[in-house]
Design a protein around this ligand. Sequence first.
Ligand SMILES: Nc1ncnc2c1ncn2[C@@H]1O[C@H](COP(=O)(O)OP(=O)(O)OP(=O)(O)O)[C@@H](O)[C@H]1O
Ligand SMILES: [Mg+2]
Length: 367
Amino acid sequence: MNWHFPRTDYAEHILNAMHGGLLSRVTIFAPRKRGKTQFIQRDVMPLCESKGIFVVYVDFWQDKDNPEAVFIQSVIRAIEERKSWLSKVTDIFKPNKIGVSLSKASVDIGLEAKQEQNPYQLFDAFELLNKLNMPTLLCLDEVQHLATRKEFENFTAALRSFMVNRGDDLVKGIFTGSSREGLEKLFRHTKAPFYNSAQSLDFPALDEKFVEFELGVVKKITNGVELNKEDALNTLIEQHREPARFVELLQQMVLNQVVDFSEAMKRFDLVVQSHPQEFQDLFEQLPALDKAVLLLIARGNGKNFYTDKGIRNVKLMLLDDSVNVTKSSINNALRRLKSENLIFNIKRGVMGIENPELEKYLIAVAS
Ligand SMILES: Nc1ncnc2c1ncn2[C@@H]1O[C@H](COP(=O)(O)OP(=O)(O)OP(=O)(O)O)[C@@H](O)[C@H]1O
Ligand SMILES: [Mg+2]
């Protein structure tokens, strides 16, 4: 049974805007588990194929230490996998068309393989894409990861040049990720590598259309059981509109023949209960100062950290008097929390908690 709620219209909207020259690169950021990756893989990518666009999917978390190798391998793999499709729409596989022999692509470059052992260099991957000479869409997932380490700077700059500084308009990009802080780092700050080079699009939250679709699936597999739509929508909202939790709940309801949502939530929605342990572990291992700062942010006091009052607030939250609280120690704590993707800049000088579930947990801890 296919539980995937298609968002073809939205995919179509993006691709049409790209085709019409309105968009070249877009960022789609949304909190975790809202369906970004599925949208790219199951809605955008199949649509590209039907429009004659060559599409490459890159997940930078596939090997967190080596985004460049991940990129190269994803390009090679995409070409390999779509050889027969490509040979219909381009003449790339005619002899001598590609300088770099594609037979090399058959060599399994293995993600663990060290860069030096990698038969392809970044330049080769760019060359291959250039030689395809056809509309190409690079879907770069968890792209915020590129902004996390200094050693990724060269690759990120090269990628930017390849995508942004080109005469033709053949290579477009969709950037996805779940960290708003990472997005800022990569696209918004004046020194950011992709500064101002992509437009940001909202990722529409799932609404009653999604609920109707999934209730339709339930009806089909149960030969006619109709669940209450309003209760279903409220449940989805309660679950922060996370599709997987909602679908899992429906599956449990079908398996156990439960039709009442509040009963189902109590019995089957175990995610919420399972989070606190995970959050507790995460919280416990933080330095005392980071804990205090995080708690203040969760309480809505995530601003003016560098004023006397801000410093006093941090001291108040600290359980341990021996910790030194200064502007620079607070600054370090904020930096650590950002690099762990726990907090982000809501606006200048105001911090927020990235994950709404963690925020809830922290509010409970702080009160
Ligand atoms: N359109 C959809 N219809 C039904 N279920 C979906 C849909 N999109 C996502 N899901 C479910 O939600 C899960 C999480 O989706 P996905 O991995 O795309 O989220 P994400 O936003 O990329 O999360 P992360 O930020 O953790 O990468 C999927 O494994 C799938 O079970
Ligand atoms: Mg994802």
